[in-house]
Design a protein around this ligand. Structure first.
Ligand SMILES: Cc1ncc(COP(=O)(O)O)c(C=O)c1O
Ligand SMILES: N[C@@H](CCCC[NH3+])C(=O)O
Length: 433
């Protein structure tokens, strides 16, 4: 049985950062996301301190898509992280959290007029330009608002990272960014440099997500720097920043074997050093954008078990009061998770069961074939490593309200996102009578 590092077993019950998980469910209900804030801080510090140790100018931007809420953005601010936002909603959340605007970077493969206008209006740190349409939109908005903007050019370096196809982003056949090999990235550079209000600070690439090796990253660095060398010779362009994206893998199950955070950073630094030596370039700032590796293993979801259906010689389905509405990842990526029964972690009478969600969808299964102590209705199931892309991808399918989120730190629990009420959920519905 695997439990997360910050969880423990006390009197056969699960504790999360020292707080009894079952007590949390009595206080806040289920499904419930619980985060160990200290673990979030440790994850962030592991990245930041490795750059510091090597004396590298760096920005570690928390990819807020992994979990965006005012309280989470406040933690990113407390840890001196930068912030990656992908939408007006994520930017709005950052503004609500009073995150320093100069450390906000905006992404998106189809940024709207309103999104770019808001980014310009708030004078955020940089826009990561993704396509030609966006260049014209940005130029127009900057002229309209009489502002200037730093940008990075997002490129697809043609790397096939080893991960699920749906979370692969750096390959040539991708909806994101400018292709490096067919000349589009170079064309973008030239176009951007014709616009006085735009300052090109460097290149960005993100090869994918939940990646365990460093090869994909180092190969991407090779391709970026080869391009930068060509651009230096042809266009006298020197990149002040190289943003290598996020994607550092985490442990969901015991089969996963991620590197410790510093190892990814060390590999990036070593490779960048090699490249700048080879091409005799100035050392750029290195930016990264970890999302999952900051919050993923800091979160647990607690559910109440309800119906149990046994099909003799086939399978036992154990249903919980959430599912693909609070964790889309198993249905979308066949993602695997580990879990325990929080009120009898060490129970001995074990059986193999499959955990089903409560949506009207056969694919709404959270975990197939897991061994747990004999399960009964009203037991509390704790699913580990749900801190990234759980709440943030939650949805209203079957009109289930969104769960609550609780932060735990220093022996105290604090509600940071309220459970949605039915009234909240239907507040935009209008009558047609
Ligand atoms: C551009 C970009 N940056 C950062 C991230 C964060 O990735 P992860 O959560 O895997 O670190 C993503 C998501 O894959 C992304 O698309
Ligand atoms: N949401 C995805 C990753 C995509 C990240 C954004 N590019 C996941 O849960 O793994």
């Amino acid at each position: 049985m695997m439990i997360q590092p910050f969880t423990a077993i006390h009197n056969n019950q699960l504790t999360i950062a020292g707080i009894d998980a079952v007590e949390l469910t009595k206080k806040y209900g289920t499904p419930l996301f619980v985060y160990d804030v200290e673990k979030i801080r440790q994850n962030a510090r592991a990245f930041v301190s490795t750059f510091k140790k090597h004396g590298i100018n760096a920005q570690v931007a928390y990819a807020s898509k992994a979990f965006s809420s005012v309280a989470m953005v406040q933690i990113a601010k407390q840890e001196n992280l930068s912030l990656d936002v992908v939408s007006q909603g994520e930017l709005y959340t950052a503004i609500q959290a009073e995150f320093p605007v100069e450390k906000i970077h905006m992404h998106g493969n189809n940024k709207s007029f309103d999104e770019i206008s808001m980014a310009v209006e708030y004078n955020i740190g940089c826009v990561v330009v993704d396509n030609f349409h966006e260049i014209e939109l940005l130029a127009h908005i900057l002229e309209e608002q009489q502002r200037e903007m730093d940008v990075l050019i997002r490129v697809t370096p043609g790397i096939e990272a080893h991960t699920h196809d749906y979370i692969l982003t750096g390959n040539e056949d991708s909806k994101f960014g400018f292709d490096l090999t067919n000349g589009q990235a170079e064309e973008a550079l030239q176009r951007l440099r014709q616009i006085d209000r735009i300052h090109v600070k460097g290149l960005h690439c993100h090869i994918g997500s939940q990646i365990f090796e460093t090869d994909g990253f180092t190969m991407a660095i090779e391709r970026l720097f080869h391009t930068l060398k060509v651009w230096k010779d042809r266009h006298h362009f020197e990149s002040e920043v190289v943003n290598l994206g996020g994607g550092f893998g985490i442990r969901y199950t015991k089969e996963d074997d991620p590197l410790p955070h510093p190892a990814y950073v060390e590999a990036l630094i070593t490779k960048v050093k090699e490249e700048i030596d080879q091409y005799d370039m100035a050392f750029p700032e290195i930016w990264i954008e970890p999302g999952r590796s900051i919050v993923g293993d800091a979160g647990v979801t607690l559910y109440t078990i309800g119906s149990i259906k046994e099909i003799p010689n086939v399978r036992k389905y154990v249903s919980v009061d959430g599912g693909m509405t609070d964790n889309l990842r198993p249905a979308l990526y066949q993602a695997k998770y580990e879990a325990v029964i929080a009120n009898k972690v060490n129970g001995t009478d074990e059986e193999e069961v499959s955990i089903a969600g409560k949506c009207c969808e056969s694919g709404d299964m959270l975990i197939w074939d897991i061994t747990l102590p004999k399960v009964e209705p009203n037991d509390i199931l704790a699913v580990f490593s749900t801190g990234a892309y759980g709440y943030s991808m939650s949805n209203h399918y079957n009109r289930f309200p969104k769960p609550a989120v609780v932060f735990v730190e220093n022996g105290e629990d604090k509600l940071v996102v309220q459970r949605e009420s039915y009234k909240d959920m239907t507040q935009n519905d209008l009558s047609y009578e």
